[in-house]
Each structure stands twice: as C-alpha cells, then as structure tokens.
Design a protein around this ligand. Sequence first.
Ligand code: 5AD
Ligand code: SF4
Length: 351
Amino acid sequence: MASLSRSDIIKILKSSDPDIFNELLNTADRTRQEYCGDKVYLRGLIEFSSYCECNCLYCGLRKNNQGLKRYHLSNEEIIALAMQAFKLGYQSICLQSGETKKAENLDFLVKITEKIKDLSQKADSTGLGLGITLCIGELNYQEYKRLWDAGAHRYLLRIESSDPVLFRKIHPPSQSYEKRLECLHALKDIGFQLGTGVMIGLPGQTAENLCSDLEFFQHENIDMLGMGPYIPHHAAPLSRSKDKQNIDPYTAALKMIALSRLLMPDINIVNSTALQSINPEGLNMGLRAGANIVMPVLTPKDIRSDYYLYEKKKHQSPISLIREIQNAGFTPGLWEWGDPIHYFKKNKLSS
Ligand code: 5AD
Ligand code: SF4
C-alpha cells in the first residue's frame, strides 16, 4: 500500500465507494498501530494572541476583520496555562497566535519560552519539562533561531496549499509562496521538528492538488502534519468565492490523513480542531484514519470564541476530549513528549 502511485492516490481521493474508504482507513489504522502504537499525544493549545498583521483570504483572524474582539494574554496568564498543561501531564504545549512582525512581540515570546522551559524543568523529576511547539507564522532565520535557542523545538507552519497558483488565490499579493517555503527551510535548517499542512476542500481545489500536497510533504521530509477541512468564515472574502468546491472537506480530510499515514508512517499527524468541528465523529474517525496527536484547547473560556478562525469552531473541554480518545480505544500519551519518530530516524539520532 505504501507504494501507491499518483494515479492510485487520485483514484482513492475521487472515489465515493464506501469499501475503498473503509479499506483505506483500516490499512492506515494498522500502519499507525505498527509504527506508533495506540498512544495519542496531547499538545495543550494556548492561543495567546488573536492579533494578526496578515490578510489571508480564508481566515476570520485576518487584519481587516474589524468585527472581531482582539486579545493578547499576559505573560503571567500564558505561563499559568502552560504550567496547568504540565500538571495535567500533557508534557507538550503549542503556543499559537496570529502573525506579527513587531520586535517587542518576539522579545515577549522568547522570554516566555525561556520561562516556561525553566519552570517546567524544575518541576519535572526527569528534568525534561514541557516540550514547546510554536505556531506563529512567518519570521526570518534569526528570529526563528532565537526561539529555538530559547527552548522551543517544534514549529508548525502550514503551506495551506502546495500549489503555487492556489496559494496565490487564497492569499493577498504581499504573502508569497516562495517566502513560505523559505521559512520552512529555515526552520528545518535550525533543527526544529518541522510541521506543515494544508486546508482541504478549498474553492477550486482538486484531487490532483491534494495528491501534490502529499508529494510536497514527502519531498520536504516533514516530521509533523496538521491538515484540516476548509470551513468558510463570513468575514473572510474566500467565503464568497465563485470557484466551485469540488471536494467534500470531511471525507477528503479523513482520506488525506489515512494516505499520509501510509506514505509517511512514522510522522506525527494532528487530528485538527477543524475536523472535529465539522462532524461530531471527527475525532474518532481522524484517529481511526491514522492521526496520533490531539490538541486540547487551554485558551481561557471567556475569550476562546474570539480566536475565531472559521465558523462553528468546536470548543470541547480537555477532559471530555481525553475521555473521547479513550472511548475510541486509544491511550492518551500522558507524561511523554511523544516526538515524531521520523525526526530521529532522519537525523540518525536516538529518541
Ligand atoms: N478553515 C479552516 N482552517 C482555517 N485556518 C484559517 N482559516 C481557516 C478556515 N476558514 C487554519 C489555517 C492556518 C491555521 C492557523 O488555521 O490553515 O494555518
Ligand atoms: Fe493571520 Fe494565520 Fe489567519 Fe493568516 S491564517 S490571517 S496568518 S491567523
């Protein structure tokens, strides 16, 4: 199955045959079991700032969306949330925000990363402390390096679509495909465990595009993958696109997770909030399809709905999320970093 050709993949993506769908998910499930076991690792997600200087055409956080209440958590609030994740045994957090080029914001994040690292290492009998993933967009090499030196070791930066034409259609001219690629290469060069991903079901996107996305992930030798269905947001111009949505985002997202697991069996794959938001079975099915990472949202309840990327974003409590993981027959990987095996293999390191 791992030697799937381009035409096999496109056929699977286009198929509406339930037998093909079930066989795909079952094979991916077995592959995940063989390479990663039944553990599902947790990344406590702290959406620490909803300010963004970009204007991505699909996103509710875009700068031009004046209808959104913006927030920025304080130093103390972020550190308290991180330590809450540590006490719950998550062992890893993901700090996410809109994109900013302001130097003071980078200084702020460098200091926070150092502090969280220090506090969690002191509180941990193994001395390891929290693993820190960042998801804060495009920066330059030196800025990424400062964050790495401060103690972050994973970075998620979605390519959104690996097709330069589609990328251009969903971003303003100020955001370029080449710059995004340059960022991904800088992150890899510095040593970050590298994560990327795409949205699935974008207007005008085809099965061929999705197949190219899978080829892109393999070519970039990524360690982590976070993909999710595209869900329109009323204040984002892409929701009014005249291009046809050729792909059912839910089933295609599940197929993309399963195909990724078959093609890249030892990477970490996130079960995205967007997948859980468009279908009540999203978590269960995403795990069955081969995802092994879940990101419980730790952003305070009173502001959580202001991190409004897309309509009907699901807000599930971490406790019920963990219960659902267990009910689906998986083991929450508490007190472990759960790094992607692929990172160690490709760098010939021991995990
Ligand atoms: N639908 C689905 N995902 C979205 N994102 C932003 N807007 C949407 C949307 N409308 C995702 C992007 C981005 C991440 C922070 O959120 O892929 O990388
Ligand atoms: Fe900003 Fe990210 Fe949304 Fe683009 S996708 S507008 S960079 S938060």
